[in-house]
Design a protein around this ligand. Sequence first.
Ligand code: H2B
Length: 97
Amino acid sequence: MSTLTPIEIEQRLLRLPEWDYADNAIHAEFEFENFKDCFSAMSRIAFECEALNHHPEWTNEYNVLKIILTTHDAGGVTDKDFKLALAIEHIVEEDED
Ligand SMILES: C[C@H](O)[C@H](O)[C@H]1CNC2=NC(N)=NC(=O)C2=N1
């Protein structure tokens, strides 16, 4: 899978306002009510990662989850990263309801 150009990345990011592009990856930070809600979302995201065979670099500090997505095999951002970012958005949005 080939990497996307910065223009293509910025275009795709218009649909993902929580995410931004830096250091050859897309980044997002999500704040939850508490640790439990954050970890619960991480658990559901983990199953999505396995289904897509695409895994983030992520950190959790109490109720905050920071996610970095890039495609190691391609050496940059690809559609795989956006596919997972979209799935993450849906999971996080479910929590907000
Ligand atoms: C061998 C290869 O690294 C793996 O098949 C998959 C696993 N998950 C992955 N996740 C991410 N973010 N990038 C990859 O290139 C990637 N590759």
